[in-house]
Design a binder for this molecule. Structure first.
Ligand code: ACO
Length: 405
């Protein structure tokens, strides 16, 4: 198996849709993360063998040897959206806008917004169950859950809540990844690294966001864009020739932070509290997050500049021309961004996956939601090659070339 300059495996064959870990995985042959001569056996303490071991288990007891695999493949997906649908006409009753302006400038016609008992966790769990069902993987065989979100139900993270709600008896490692609309791609990359270097076998990557919670519903420049959703993918360790994650490219630029953020701000009514303590400035003022602030024009320019570059870079790393791509799957932010990127890459519009007319920009949920719809409708088939890219707050952006199934 050849590797390119970045160490990525190249030129894998079209995989068969195998559901279970193959017994033929050759455990010491990878060499991907390790120079010659260094042991390739990895010890990992992330997964407890039984819930009873959780209490009182020493570090050594909970430590179970894991084996480094040579590849990983995406074998199941699922998604969930809230039941409440809000059309452009509904929004026109709240802010000074209209269906024509929104649909012409963005391609968006409807979005879903959480209500009632729905939460980020309920959406994430529904999406994850569907992904596990498609992958035919038992919930107790999941050994890592990554929840990519910028709007968790709890500021400390919601992945452990998702783990609990899924009913994982073995308490797999579960943690959040915060990278806004790039979150899901960074989740895929993290899963890849955990599988290749950490010995994890079944990784659930969930992209879920409820930006409706942080949008200013009086700001017509932003509130028309966003909706809530969750999508999930099950990534499984596999033998090298079945490797489905062919390459990736990841970036951040804090300089662009000012164009898109939802920053913590001190509560100005807390002045008295701040000066009453015996220590000056203590206790600190209470703080809360402000609504999403965005310079739409700058974010638009940024996206159409960096996304094609990043995909071209990922294609080069994978050793593939753009013409070999079956589908372009971008973060669903604006139809005009999708059109500009596909034109630059010379990918025909029929090969561009787009569902933002129905859901708007669902942040980290958008790529797995669109993937799930495309897989379930039969558009995306096992063996298809997909170029995917996320971009957004941070600013962050990332792309990957992967093969489905
Ligand atoms: N309805 C009617 N008129 C509007 C609306 C609205 N909802 N919003 C703005 N306008 C008006 C403006 O006030 C302005 O009027 P003016 O010319 O009299 O001043 C006019 O329409 C044009 O406004 P622009 O902001 O220049 O419109 P633009 O063509 O740039 O489109 C948009 C705005 C849709 C937000 C676009 O800039 C965009 O999509 N940007 C990218 C956003 C994006 O992708 N964000 C990703 C976020 S990902 C994450 O991490 C969360």
């Amino acid at each position: 198996m050849a590797t390119n300059a970045s160490g990525f495996f190249t030129a894998p064959t079209v995989p068969s849709q195998r559901r279970k870990i193959q017994h033929s995985i050759r455990i010491f042959g990878s060499g991907f993360p390790f120079p010659e001569g260094i042991s390739k056996r990895v010890f990992c303490s992330s997964t407890f063998e039984g819930a009873e071991k959780h209490v009182g288990a020493s570090a050594s007891e909970s430590r179970s040897p894991k084996l480094v695999s040579k590849g990983c493949k995406l074998i199941g997906c699922g998604s969930a959206v809230p039941s409440l649908k809000i059309s452009n006409d509904d929004l026109a009753k709240v802010v000074d806008t209209n269906d024509e302006w929104i649909s012409v400038r963005t391609g968006i016609r409807n979005r879903r917004v959480i209500s009632g008992k729905e939460s980020l966790t309920t959406l994430a769990v529904e999406a994850a169950h569907k992904a596990l069902e498609m992958a035919q993987v038992d919930v107790d065989d999941v050994d890592l859950i990554l929840v990519c979100t910028s709007t968790p139900d709890d500021v400390f993270g919601c992945a452990p809540k998702v783990q609990k709600a899924l009913g994982c008896a073995r308490n797999p490692l579960a943690y959040d990844i915060t990278a806004a609309c790039s979150g899901f791609i960074l989740g895929l990359v993290s899963a890849y690294c955990h599988i290749k270097a950490g010995g994890f076998k079944n990784v659930l990557v969930i992209g879920a966001d409820a930006l409706s919670r942080i949008v200013d519903w009086t700001d017509r420049g932003t509130c028309i864009l966003f909706g809530d959703a969750a999508g999930a993918v099950l990534i499984q360790a596999c033998d090298g020739e079945d490797d489905g994650l062919l390459s990736f490219d990841v970036h951040s630029d804090g300089e662009g932070y000012r164009h898109l953020n939802a920053a913590l701000k001190e509560n100005e009514t807390d002045d008295e509290l701040g000066s009453n303590g015996s220590v000056l400035g203590f206790p600190p003022r209470q703080a809360s997050y402000s609504c999403l602030q965005m310079n739409g024009k700058e974010v638009f320019r940024f996206a159409v500049r960096v996304v094609p570059q990043s995909i071209e870079y990922s294609l080069a790393k994978a050793g593939l021309p753009a013409s070999s791509i079956d589908w372009l799957l971008l973060h669903q932010a604006n139809q005009r961004i999708l059109d500009a990127v596909s034109t630059r890459l010379q990918i025909p519009s029929e090969q561009v996956i787009s569902n933002l007319a129905n859901y708007g920009n669902t942040s980290a949920g958008s790529i797995p939601l669109a993937l799930d719809e495309a897989v379930r409708s039969g558009k995306v088939k096992p063996g298809h090659t997909i170029a995917a890219a996320g971009f957004g707050a941070g600013l962050t952006w990332a792309s990957t070339i992967f093969r489905w199934g």
